[in-house]
Write a protein that binds this ligand. Structure first.
Ligand code: PEP
Ligand code: MN
Length: 264
């Protein structure tokens, strides 16, 4: 179902009236995690002011350490929904467990994010395949292209064809940066599937100063959008502080991206 052979034209996914895919590049921005109502209200304001039309934020966080902040859960979804409402920003947030799906539907989460650690959680993929919400399927940190495509097929096989691939960097021998952004995956995915392909430059590089260069490379290579971390005050972020853009940096990035997108 996800293969280019089954559908020749680029699929454009409708996210609450906002198109993603084809020539419709969308930048999804927001903090790594939902912290407080004030942080989310400010984030929504800055996302809107930068010209982004969709917002991200994690309420259920897949942390490496069980002692690190795990997210506010349903309460976080509530804060996120309230903050995004003011600017009519559709919300993108990670689902880690099928038992939370009803809560996600209750808060009318606009896009369900499947994180890198769950790319091959087949039971979770089958569950999101049964709802009709758009899904961002992040690439497993050690997943091959064909494993990634098959993971998407699990979602599609259940009837949900609203799938967006997200390259977020892969594990290699290199330790200087968090992951290696696989730019090659962008034209390869665009050839193999009709579905949109976006890039997360934040988790790829792991440092805020790398985000602009990686974002520009992604858009120049044909990405249909970006998933970018931005925090009203990055040094105070509870999670992934090193890679969060300031609101000013996000605004500046949006300017350079429109120049590149216009050129390709
Ligand atoms: C995230 O986007 O917040 C996240 C945890 O990303 P990943 O699954 O790519 O590590
Ligand atoms: Mn993060």
């Amino acid at each position: 179902i996800v293969s280019r052979e089954s559908h020749k034209q680029d699929t454009i996914i409708d996210i609450g009236g906002i198109p993603l895919g084809g020539n419709q590049i969308q930048i999804i921005a927001g903090p790594c995690s939902v912290e407080t109502q004030e942080q989310m209200d400010l984030s929504a304001q800055f996302v809107h002011e930068a010209g982004c039309r969709l917002m991200r934020g994690g309420a259920f966080k897949p942390r490496t350490s069980p002692y690190a902040f795990q997210g506010h859960g349903a309460e976080g979804l509530d804060m996120f929904r309230k903050a995004a409402e003011k600017y009519k920003l559709p919300i993108v947030t990670e689902l880690m467990d099928a038992r939370q799906l009803d809560t996600f539907l209750e808060y009318d989460v606009d896009v369900i994010q499947i994180g890198t650690r769950n790319m091959q959680n087949f039971d979770l993929l089958k569950e999101v395949g049964r709802c009709n919400k758009p899904v961002i399927l992040k690439r497993g940190m050690s997943a091959t292209i064909s494993e990634w495509l098959m993971a998407a097929e699990y979602i599609a096989a259940g009837g949900n064809h609203n799938i967006i691939f997200c390259e977020r960097g892969i594990r290699t021998f290199e330790t200087y940066y968090r992951n290696v952004l696989d730019v090659t995956a962008i034209p390869v995915l665009k050839k193999e599937t009709h579905l949109p392909v976006i890039v997360d430059p934040s988790h790829a590089g792991g440092k805020a100063w790398m985000v602009a260069a990686l974002s520009q490379a992604a858009v120049a290579a044909g990405a249909d959008g970006l998933l970018v971390e931005m925090h009203p005050s990055p040094c105070d972020a509870w999670c992934d502080a090193d890679q969060a853009l300031t609101p000013q940096e996000l605004k500046k990035l949006m300017g350079t991206l429109s120049a590149i997108a216009g050129a390709v």
